[in-house]
Design a protein around this ligand. Sequence first.
Ligand code: SF4
Length: 322
Amino acid sequence: MPSAELLAIRATLEESSATLSLEPEQALPVPPYRRAFSASALNLFADCERKWYFRYLCNVVEDPGSSAATYGTAFHAALEHFHQRYPKPSSVERTELQRELEQDITRAFAQYRAQFASTIEAQLQERRAQRTAVRYIDWLVQRSRQAPFVVIGNETHAPLDLDGFSFTGFIDRLDREEAHDGVTVVDYKTGNIALSATAYRDEVNAFREFQLPFYYWSRTAAGDRVTRLTLIPLKDPLLEVAPIELEIVPGYAAPSGKAKRGGLGIAELTAARQRMVSLAQTMAVNTLSNFATTSDPEACTYCAYQFACRTRPLTTTDPFGR
Ligand code: SF4
């Protein structure tokens, strides 16, 4: 027979376990988002609302950043400095362009060295950037000789007001095409990138990608005649730099298969703009009390918030991940 003392301990344990049972958390209202919206915030919300909540509203889980993000920041800084000095690459010798970009990359990676996890990591990433830069110069020389352009903006502030909502961002580069005076919006991509013009256009039409539509509307509001949107891949030093180029066309663009060059229609850009406004309304006007997690476990692989995320989807190889 258990003693009275043991019975008391058991009663206490049963009471504690009742208190600790994992009931679903009560959904509580959170403060609405009051800042200007960026394309990356919209893209993040479209990818995973929970992640957007962790980054933009919750702010209690630190995102320490990554080596890939620092690589991108340093490479962008190098290209900004480079094109400030070389706005018209078609008139400069290749050897000079190559030498100067190499020096800009060396300087930029030295500036950001402390943000890499180790000195070795910083050196590896700088070497990767130097090798990618050679391929970038290959493309730049060929493109600027074939269709000359002048760089008219680097890291250009892109404000936009839509239906009372403020959007903001910075455009990596703006080029004015010498042949017809149209403006090309250029975005450097040091991470993954769509494999074809059609793939990027599909992302825009599925409302998963807002960056270039946002820049298009910002520069159009500023008075530019934007005729092309370009994504320049700078991730892989083993691949040639082959940008995704989207010509702006009236209405809807025709399919372009797996080609790197294709079109994006004004009607498609208009739909993306309407979606930007409705997402901003959801984020800023409604008082959200719950944020859906993505259904794609792959999206969680490098998420800084995965250990704080109770309901993230698990892969079949990670059954005990929660
Ligand atoms: S772990 Fe996955 S579901 Fe959770 S916030 Fe990150 S991306 Fe979203």
